[in-house]
Design a protein around this ligand. Sequence first.
Ligand SMILES: Cc1ncc(COP(=O)(O)O)c(C=O)c1O
Length: 207
Amino acid sequence: MVDICRRANVLVLEDNPYGLLRFEGEPLPPLRAANPDDVIYLGSFSKIFAPGLRIGWALVPEHLQRRYYLAAESVTLCPPALNQMLVSAYLRDYDWKGQIETYRGLYAERCRAMLAALKEYMPAGTTWTRPQGGFFVWVSLPEGLDTYPLLHKAIDAGVVFIPGAAFTPSDEPSNKLRLAFSAVPPEAIAEGVRRLAPVLHEAMAAL
Ligand SMILES: Cc1ncc(COP(=O)(O)O)c(C=O)c1O
């Protein structure tokens, strides 16, 4: 992919806040590792320390560093100084690599809980991903269904998801939805999937 982009003179932005949270399979080297002149790599403390800090890091090709610096400054001026001090103290005083290892175990367990609940409750005709890291499972419904209107029904049923349409640049409806397993314990994950199932079932029956 990087080779194609290099030939087309397209810069690659590798936005990888979940890369350290891989809990299964072979480690994947970042695109940036073998292509330091063609890829800007972004990491974030939002997923490995605390969400909402809005502190991350960028590995920028040397030839772009000044332009990157000016562009970043014009957008953010400066990331919050207090948050930077928190991150700095965290990296200095805590075993952050050990903490990431702990998170990997936690998310692997929550992911397993979600996959087991999906297997138990999802109506026939749905499919879903089996992630090897990160926070999310994507569920696909049959073609022709739009998950956006189902969100309100799901909220009424006591569960929330993100409709796939939120992740596309087009206005097309999406038959996919994203479920997060990161923030809730396994029992709550199973309960959430149990609540979601009849909402999907009803929409599929009406198709
Ligand atoms: C793919 C991706 N990139 C970037 C971010 C944002 O990270 P930050 O909180 O550091 O802005 C998120 C967070 O939801 C994300 O999912």
